[in-house]
Design a protein around this ligand. Structure first.
Ligand code: SAH
Ligand code: SF4
Ligand code: F3S
Length: 474
């Protein structure tokens, strides 16, 4: 089932990216495939931009490529396995064309470093998330017959000055990175090791990128960071002002600056962290109708002892308090989450606490995963991965079943309502239908009229499944 695949694991599906402009037969061709989170997709747009300046054009046809780059994810073992399988598929291409350059970018490059060159003899080049400006040099090094690597992490690289080449063909919705890295050290998570220290991007560059997107026809931006609530400009981690002569910006203020670009621009963001999400952010969301009433607030587990072992920095009670604040300040706000089943030492009762929390919150949507032990993380060093694969799978199924019921109920509540939908284009399944999202982020499919992509329409919801809505323009 499409929905199940989607919620179980996004990180294992690769997506090939291509520019929308005309192909130039002379240009060198870059084939870029992205795995993992939205930040990786956003980074691929930075990579395309850097290499475009160096004379490369992206192609969707891998057989045309002079350079193949995979932007990889390490979050779970299966995400890495998918990339390894993909690499072996490239072997025939390499045998046929020895000039072909194959490179690994992103989190696997950073995690495995030069080992990747030895381990996978097919790889010519590796570049970590903070080394993309160096890609033209690295490709040149490979051209002169060497293997090339740069996996240096930086304390201040944000690619703030690089205007990303937009690889999404629809031209309506764009990702805008606001922070890089993560300082949170959740015990299960590899991200602090692969992405380095947290740093925030200059707010002026964020706002001007959003203005530029709006002027080019975009109508939705999603502000991205591993923990958007800890965005801060001109403020230290301890909350002190760095330069008193300059303004400071926190996440709530940044969101307001972006919302003011135009009331016609939808503003979304991901990911919020329960320990840092403030009422100030919620109040700002309530103040601006164009900040979408949708929050992705990963809980991971509904049991305080498990949360403590996960080093998440909040308890079940704290999380429920944040949910209550959302429901109080933004009535009707959609809420989604991430859940891990079978974390180290998770008992049956602790698992039941996650199920009961789901009943309390009634999430509209969730991404659900089996715990996958990652090398070097706190959990790997401190705890035993002692929940059997079978139990992990069984618990995951229980959680998925509950979520499907909740998602269906959430969509059923929308039946008969009129929703404002931003048209993204034709429906994937039918060229006589259009599709777009509600403010709460649910996909709606409806019969075509002369309404244009990028415009807002009022749609009456008439049917639903647990994944999508159907309706008619009114
Ligand atoms: N910064 C975000 C999460 C980014 S990773 C946050 O803190 O919420 C996306 C999701 O992958 C996490 O929320 C978690 O549910 C899942 N995940 C991370 N590490 C994992 C692991 N080792 N095994 C299984 N799932 C994991
Ligand atoms: Fe990983 Fe935790 Fe950082 Fe999210 S907040 S990226 S789960 S360490
Ligand atoms: Fe994966 Fe790295 Fe994102 S590990 S989830 S691509 S930050």
């Amino acid at each position: 089932m499409e929905y199940q695949n989607k919620i179980i694991d996004e990180s294992v599906q690769g997506t090939a990216l291509e520019l929308s402009h005309e192909l130039n037969a002379e240009a060198k061709k870059l084939y870029l495939e992205s795995y993992g989170c939205q930040m990786n997709f956003s980074d691929s747009e930075v990579v395309a931009s850097i290499l475009e300046r160096d004379g490369y054009q992206t192609t969707r046809n891998i057989d045309d490529a002079d350079v193949i780059l995979l932007n990889t994810c390490s979050i779970r073992e299966n995400a890495e396995q998918r990339v390894r399988n993909r690499l072996t598929e490239f072997k025939i291409k390499k045998d046929r064309n020895p000039q072909l350059v194959v490179g690994i970018l992103g989190c696997m490059a950073e995690r495995l470093k030069k080992n990747l060159l030895d381990e996978e003899k097919l790889v010519d080049l590796i570049a970590g998330p903070d080394a993309y400006r160096d890609l033209p040099n690295l490709i040149e090094e490979v051209g002169s017959g060497q293997k090339a690597a740069n996996v240096l992490l930086s304390r201040d690289e944000t690619y703030a000055d690089i205007s990303p080449v937009r690889l999404d063909q629809k031209g309506i919705s764009a990702f805008v990175t606001i922070t890089r890295g993560c300082d949170n050290m959740c015990s299960f998570c590899v991200v602090p090791f692969t992405r380095g220290r947290e740093r925030s991007r200059d707010p002026q560059t964020i706002v001007s990128e959003c203005k530029h997107l709006f002027d080019s026809g975009y109508r939705e931006v999603t502000l991205l960071g591993q923990n958007v609530d800890s965005y801060r400009w001109n403020i230290t981690a301890k909350g002190e002002i760095k330069n008193p002569e300059l303004p400071t910006t926190n996440f709530a203020q940044l969101m307001e600056m972006v919302a003011l670009v135009s009331p016609e621009l939808r503003v979304r963001f991901s990911t919020s962290h329960p320990k840092d999400m403030t009422d100030e952010v919620l109040t700002m969301m309530a103040k601006y109708p164009n900040i979408c009433p949708y929050i992705h607030l990963p809980v991971q587990s509904g049991n305080s002892d498990v949360l403590y072992r996960m080093n998440r920095g909040y308890s079940r009670e704290w999380y429920i308090d944040r949910i209550e604040a959302i429901k109080r300040i933004i009535p009707g706000c959609a809420i989604s989450t991430d859940i891990i089943t079978g974390f180290c030492g998770e008992t049956d009762q602790e698992h039941k606490d996650t199920l009961s929390l789901m009943d309390i919150v009634q999430y509209d949507f969730a991404y659900m995963f089996k715990y996958s032990e990652r090398p070097k993380t706190l959990a790997e060093r401190r705890f035993k991965d002692d929940v059997s694969e079978e139990i992990k799978a069984q618990r995951l199924n229980e959680i998925i079943d509950k979520q499907l019921a909740h998602s269906l109920a959430s969509n059923q509540r929308l039946l008969g309502t009129i929703q404002e939908v931003l048209i993204e284009g034709e429906s994937k399944r039918s060229n006589s239908h259009l599709c777009g999202r509600t403010p709460s982020n649910v996909m709606v499919v409806f019969p075509k009229t002369d309404a244009k992509k990028g415009s807002y329409v009022q749609v009456k919801i008439t049917e639903c499944t647990s994944a999508t809505l159907k309706g008619e323009i009114v």
